[in-house]
Design a protein around this ligand. Structure first.
Ligand code: AMP
Length: 398
């Protein structure tokens, strides 16, 4: 693997694509700095080698073409300066003489952040010229933006061709690739995948791919009601994708053919309306009465799911079991988090958590530091696990 780990970048100008697409609160403060912190090992390694580091990143989805105050990376540059304990040079432009002069004047250990790369509409189109111009700023290219690795953009993939002998995975990317490869190609059995979340439509690819890898497919979240309906149960007002009922049937059929145990919750916690304060009821079956909506999986399912998790040597968890944002319906998600942590610590299982909401859920449950690996990529992780080639990875490997 072409990683920065064993290379010394002393005296080089290194262009690094990072994922600084962080959320802001209403006051304009960064509300979750995880992505910035996760880029620090790569930045610090390059700085301590004596490289000058030129960071490229995007923020949000600017549409106009050109500067938009709402999407500037300036606050990120200021925040990064505090984390690094040194002033990060920030350029309001991406290209042009001012930027190339600044890049050339960087000294060993200096860090510079370019303005939001998506202010250039060519970026998301994978524009060659933009990639070429950016490449002129550095001697080497490092991709550390796993969250954007499923995009074939100028700065995430196209640019790599201008560095045929000097392109590398950053430390975060390397960690993602190693762990995800382990999960998909080298998993110890029993391998259990716990898949939840709201929609079956966004998880079909991963469910299909897991049918060839996992021993147990444990289903929770709102997507289970499409399976219930496919089995002829009533689902009240629960979430359902009617156009995916056939898909659910097919998935169940394939699981049976391949000898994969597909678990559906046998009980539910339902509510009169979609709210934390709603009137609730426990349903000891797969039939939800009219006027009620499934919000969490029930006690019996929690017990069964935790037992399956605790008997596993490999666990992948993607998607919450219920509407965990409401404390009244977070129980199953928290219990699964606890079981995944216990399997990891007590039974030395390898556990991987991925997808924005599952990461939020494991953080909320307080067990984040007890699992083997938390992926930083939502869409990128799903696509990797679906067996797709990610352009950001292929560009470095090939
Ligand atoms: P996803 O992004 O597809 O992983 O879905 C995550 C979302 O699924 C979270 O916001 C949960 O609140 C939601 N969710 C989980 N269970 C249910 C449910 N029973 N009904 C509606 N939404 C749910």
């Amino acid at each position: 693997m072409r990683t920065i780990k064993n290379v010394n970048f002393n005296g080089k100008k290194v262009l690094v694509r990072v994922d600084f697409n962080v959320p802001f609160d209403k006051q304009g403060n960064i509300s979750d700095d995880t992505r910035i912190r996760e880029a620090l090992p790569t930045i610090n390694k390059l700085v301590s080698d004596g490289a000058s580091v030129i960071l490229m990143a995007h923020l949000g989805r600017p549409k106009k073409g050109g500067f938009e105050a709402e999407f500037t990376l300036k606050p990120v540059a200021e925040y990064l300066s505090k984390l690094l304990g040194k002033q990060v040079v920030f350029t309001q432009e991406l290209l042009g003489k001012e930027v190339s002069d600044l890049a050339s004047s960087l000294k060993k250990g200096d860090v510079m952040l370019l303005e939001n790369i998506r202010f250039y509409p060519e970026e998301t189109k994978g524009g060659e010229e933009l990639a070429k111009q950016l490449s002129l700023l550095g001697d080497a290219y490092v991709n550390d933006a796993f969250g954007a690795a499923h995009r074939e953009h100028s700065s995430t993939a196209v640019i790599a061709k201008y560095f045929p002998n000097d392109k590398y995975f950053g430390l975060l990317m390397e960690n993602e690739v190693v762990n995800l490869n382990k999960l998909m190609n080298n998993a110890e059995h029993p391998f259990t995948a716990v898949i939840g979340g709201s929609k079956i439509s966004s998880k079909i690819g991963i469910l299909e791919s897991l049918l060839d890898k996992a021993d147990n497919l444990v289903i929770g979240g709102g997507m289970r009601y499409t399976f219930y309906k496919a089995l002829g149960h009533t689902i009240g007002n629960s979430l359902c994708e009617d156009d995916k009922i056939q898909t659910a049937q097919l998935l169940m059929q394939k699981a049976e053919e391949k000898g994969v145990n597909l678990y559906l919750p046998c009980d539910s916690v339902v509510a009169k309306e979609f709210s934390n304060e709603a009137e609730t009821m426990y349903i000891d079956s797969m039939d939800i009465p009219d006027g009620w909506e499934g919000m969490d999986i029930g006690e019996k399912s929690i017990k069964q799911y935790c037992e399956v998790v605790l008997q596993s040597k490999t666990i992948l968890w993607n998607g919450p079991m219920g509407v965990f944002e409401f404390p009244a319906f977070a129980k199953a998600t928290n219990e699964i988090a606890k079981a995944v942590a216990k399997a990891t610590v007590d039974n030395r299982a390898f556990s991987a958590i991925g997808g924005g909401d599952s990461v939020a859920a494991i953080n909320q449950s307080g067990f984040a530091d007890k699992v083997s690996y938390i992926s930083t990529g939502g869409g990128a992780m799903l696509e990797f696990l679906e067996g797709k080639t990610l352009p950001g990875i292929a560009a470095i490997e090939n």
